[in-house]
Design a protein around this ligand. Sequence first.
Ligand SMILES: [Zn+2]
Length: 66
Amino acid sequence: MGDISPHFSRHEFSCKCGCGFTALDVELLDVLEDARTHFGAAITLDCACRCAKHNAEVGGVPDMPV
Ligand SMILES: [Zn+2]
């Protein structure tokens, strides 16, 4: 049980470096919920968003959409 939808929690949409940056896209959440329901299996979000600093540290693309 998530805290922002039936299957997802806010922390899954937060930057993993601990900076507190969060990018929650409601349309993305709807798509994820539909996929979760369709496949009937858990979907794990490893890295839904990164702040610029964390993105640079892990070698991500500079203009990654959030
Ligand atoms: Zn960060």
